[in-house]
Write a protein that binds this ligand. Sequence first.
Ligand code: PEP
Length: 254
Amino acid sequence: MRQPLIAGNWKMNGSKADSTDLLNGIKAGVADIVRSEVAVCPPFPYLYLTEQLLAGTLIRYGAQDVSREPGGAFTGQVSASMLKDFGCTYAIVGHSERRLFNGETNATVARKFAEALSTGLVPILCVGETLEEREQGKTEEVVASHLDAVIEHCGVDGLGRGVIAYEPVWAIGTGVTATPEQAQDVHAFLRQRIAAKSGDVASAIRILYGGSMKPSNAEELIRKPDIDGGLIGGAALKAADFLAICRAGDAATA
Ligand code: PEP
């Protein structure tokens, strides 16, 4: 069975004080979470604090983005090796907010995925359609293009060293969640598409759901056979809500 992963994406929120409180709150409540893997992705400036506060715990952490370049004259960027240096396990790549606000293309995202892998980071590849694309019946076409770009660049075995997060853009930060059936359909589609290249990778890779996941809907979503946890935005900013989702991950796989 795939171990559920509950990863918090804090986005560009909080301060040093808020991050300290949130990390301490998660640390204080995590002891009874036994099946789910727990991870947080704070903003870059708080990774050092995260490294200090989470030392000696099982809580993993990562970054919300990574440069596609290994280093050098790339002002403002943060390399995968720097993230490793701060003890990161994960790097989110291809979040829809980066595709939208930073013009990231499938090719850029695939290079970031590869760069993360090259240093031993685990990339979390976000895929997902907009509302307009869903209404036009293009959901599978869009998520396939996001997925295929990484398979073409890194190979299916490379993909298998990462995690996928299906995040319908219309569900992110809107309070509208995909129904468990809608999410399961897309997760199953992604897994079948990977299976056409490698059955082993398809059965082992974790596919998270993201988009207004919260304590009240997490267990039902994670109970679906192809949903292996969540990438959590808003609800990851309150320790009690985030921990409740982690417990839902445990309950769904009990
Ligand atoms: C996200 O941005 O990754 C996300 C899932 O956000 P939210 O949970 O707030 O919809």
